[in-house]
Design a binder for this molecule. Structure first.
Ligand code: PMM
Length: 264
């Protein structure tokens, strides 16, 4: 079977400190304009985040995260744009859902806020459960990263099911770069098929991540990682992933067009 083209989630960070686009879209109007531009380039969903997940980033008070994200979610939804909210906070998720967000993207896999799973269960929203192991000072060691990430994602799925969220509303994400080094990231990407649990959709985010720096000229800006991101997007599309979270939507859209022509 030829897989459908993956959905493209365009990244919109309304944070002062995200590593590649931090500080650019702090103002709601600028953020909404960028969200519209991402859709014009071919994004299917705009992923709005108000809290940097960079290791060592300062925690953001919920009131500040709400201030950064909700007007942007509401503005984009008002334009008919499909929005996901990148948050670990159930309060932010609930407000974003009320403002029209259809997807909650939780990089803690529903573990950071004990109210997250219940909040999503009580709505019609979809939930991305990403794999991570929390903010450890030293990177965790894996014996078999693919098996361990899969087992930990299975536990996240069991919790979500127990909270009343059906599999059709779940999406799993291996959490590339979260508590993982380059070798672990490549191993997970190479074995992405082994991460599929009971047919639940998969989302992958490789865009501009540090492990791609080795493929760009030394000292090049984060944008130099867009080419390897687009190549990986094409390869992941062939593996049938459901979604790709990217900064440079235009480049990944071209990569997906190439795949579509080859497999047609
Ligand atoms: N990566 C980042 C933030 N949110 N969400 C999901 N589901 N998957 C990811 O890989 C992911 C994420 C970090 O990247 P950024 O700083 O460019 O937003």
């Amino acid at each position: 079977m030829i897989p459908a083209r993956p959905l493209l989630l365009g990244v919109l960070n309304t944070t002062p400190d995200s590593f590649s686009d931090g500080g650019r879209y702090l103002d709601a109007a600028a953020a909404i304009a960028h969200g519209r531009a991402l859709v014009a380039q071919g994004a299917d969903v705009v992923d709005v985040g108000g809290e940097s997940t960079r290791p060592g980033a300062d925690p953001v008070p919920v009131a500040e995260e709400l201030r950064r994200t909700i007007p942007v979610v509401a503005g984009l939804v008002g334009d008919g744009i499909r929005v996901s909210i990148d948050t670990r906070s159930a309060t932010v998720a609930a407000e974003a859902i009320a403002a029209g967000a259809g997807i909650v993207n939780d990089v803690s896999g529903g573990t950071a806020d004990p109210r997250m799973l219940g909040t999503v269960a009580g709505s019609a929203a979809e939930l991305v459960l990403m794999h991570s192991r929390g903010a450890a000072a030293t990177p965790p060691r894996y014996t078999d990263v693919v098996a361990e990430v899969r087992a930990e994602l299975e536990r996240r799925v069991a919790s979500a099911r127990a909270a009343g969220i059906p599999d059709e509303r779940l999406v799993l994400d291996p959490g590339i770069g979260f508590a993982k080094g380059a070798a672990e990231n490549w191993a997970l990407l190479a074995s992405v098929d082994d991460l599929r649990i009971d047919g639940i959709r998969l989302l992958v985010g490789v865009s501009r991540k540090r492990f791609l720096a080795a493929l760009a000229p030394h000292g090049a800006p984060a944008e130099a990682r867009d080419l390897p991101t687009a190549v990986l997007s094409a390869l992941l599309a062939e593996r049938g992933v459901w979604g790709l979270r990217v900064h440079d939507v235009a480049a990944t859209r071209v990569a997906l067009e190439v795949v579509a022509r080859l497999v047609a």
